[in-house]
Write a protein that binds this ligand. Structure first.
Ligand SMILES: NC(=O)c1ccc[n+]([C@@H]2O[C@H](COP(=O)([O-])OP(=O)(O)OC[C@H]3O[C@@H](n4cnc5c(N)ncnc54)[C@H](O)[C@@H]3O)[C@@H](O)[C@H]2O)c1
Length: 271
């Protein structure tokens, strides 16, 4: 049921690759809540064409942008302002990729060229986005920016590799831009730390099934589905959360605060 929470708001949603993508669900819900949106993804990811289905369903324009290229991002913000007819009220950063993780390079045997790429694509791209938004004066007063993170920023999850470092950097970048954009334009910036979720990026992590199952059993509410992550993002884009900023917000069914649960203990209880 829609509530008109984003009625009249304009925004950019990055990272919708296919129907499993968290960004896909955010785009659908933003549209249902009354927003007008621009979708963006790396030109190479758009070649598969799935994003056009989403664009049609959400009445959105698609502007390709490689999030590691400043000129693409400047064109994205200028083009979005022009198409949507004004400054932007919200931006979603939903971008992550590690060549090391993809190619099975363990944390103690990283390829450093790929490590640079991991940090650039998955974290510095968030800085680049905010800097491009700031330089093009694309954000409205009280706009809201959200990036998606994972608890490997705080704790070690073997298999998540150099993405853990990227997420730690991403969360720090969110805090810093939250300060600067808050001072200049009352813009709020937060990261949402989401449960393991079955998406293309998620499935690329070695041992993902184990992360997913463990978190499911360790969370009083169970893992948070992508649709609910989308709903949380919408609440952060709405006017109901105008003073929430510079936070890393866990959306994880209680996983981050749980010590142990009976389900997990069962695995270790003898007769
Ligand atoms: N799936 C999970 O378990 C999980 C958990 C917590 C956080 N997250 C985070 O959520 C975000 C979205 O991931 P997802 O799970 O929906 O998977 P996904 O694979 O659907 O989305 C990742 C997106 O990043 C885009 N991307 C990669 N390189 C890019 C570039 N250079 N420029 C622009 N876009 C680029 C991809 O095209 C893709 O659309 C990521 O930041 C991910 O780390 C995912």
């Amino acid at each position: 049921m829609a509530h008109g929470l984003l009625k009249g708001k304009r925004g950019i949603i990055s990272g919708a690759l296919n129907e499993q993508s968290i960004a896909w669900k955010v785009a659908e819900l933003a549209h249902a809540e009354g927003a007008t949106i621009v979708l963006t993804n790396a030109p190479i990811a758009m070649r598969m064409g799935e994003i056009n289905k989403l664009a049609e369903a959400t009445n959105a324009l698609v502007i390709g942008a490689d999030a590691t290229k400043d000129e693409d991002l400047v064109a994205l913000f200028n083009g979005s302002k022009e198409h949507l007819g004004g400054e932007l009220d919200f931006v979603l950063h939903s971008i992550g990729m590690s060549p090391n993780v993809r190619k099975g390079k363990a944390y103690d045997d990283l390829n450093y060229d790929w490590y640079h790429q991991t940090l650039d694509i998955s974290a510095m791209s968030f800085h680049r986005m905010m800097q491009a938004a700031s330089k093009t004066n694309a954000l409205a007063e009280h706009a809201s920016v959200v990036a998606l993170s994972y608890i490997a920023a705080q704790r070690v999850f073997p298999g998540y590799g150099d993405m853990a470092d990227a997420k730690a950097l991403l969360e720090s970048i969110g805090r810093s831009w939250g300060y600067y954009l808050g001072m200049s334009k009352k813009v709020r910036v937060n990261t949402v730390s989401q449960s393991p979720t079955k998406t293309t990026a998620g499935a690329g992590i070695k041992g993902f099934g184990g992360f997913f199952g463990f978190a499911q059993e360790m969370s009083p509410l169970g893992n948070a589905p992508a649709e609910d992550c989308a709903a949380y993002c919408i609440s952060l884009f709405s006017d109901l959360t105008r003073y929430v900023t510079m936070q890393n917000l866990f959306h994880d069914g209680g996983f981050s605060s749980s010590g142990v649960t009976p389900k997990v203990m069962d695995h270790f209880m003898g007769e």
